[in-house]
Design a protein. Structure first.
Length: 107
């Protein structure tokens, strides 16, 4: 379990749960998974706090994809897993398409 000093950011989503990410995990996202996201911590926080759309994953009902446009036909997607009233960031990336899945916000 990580301590509070290791938390890079923690934000509340429109769905009512809080998403956290540690410094170590953000480093994995930005060096291994999606290096293009390096330096985009504030943008990812904004996507989670004020998305334009949220979809539920087709393969896991506790995973949500938060989308916010970056420019024409490009979105930042922040993927998080909910565990009760909290959750954690799985990954974040830039995409040119919103994935299939149930649109749950806004209704």
């Amino acid at each position: 379990m990580s301590n509070g000093r290791n938390i890079l950011f923690k934000v509340r989503t429109p769905l009512g749960f809080t998403v956290r990410v540690t410094r170590e995990y953000w480093a994995i996202i930005t060096t291994v998974k999606h290096p293009v996201m390096a330096g985009c911590e504030v943008e990812v926080q904004a996507v989670l706090e004020s998305p334009e759309e949220i979809r539920r994953s087709k393969s896991d009902g506790t995973v949500y994809l938060f989308y916010r446009s970056r420019r024409t036909r490009r979105w930042v997607c922040a993927v998080s897993k909910q565990e009760g009233q909290s959750g954690f960031l799985i990954t974040a990336y830039v995409t040119d398409a919103i994935k299939e899945g149930e649109r749950i916000w806004p209704k």
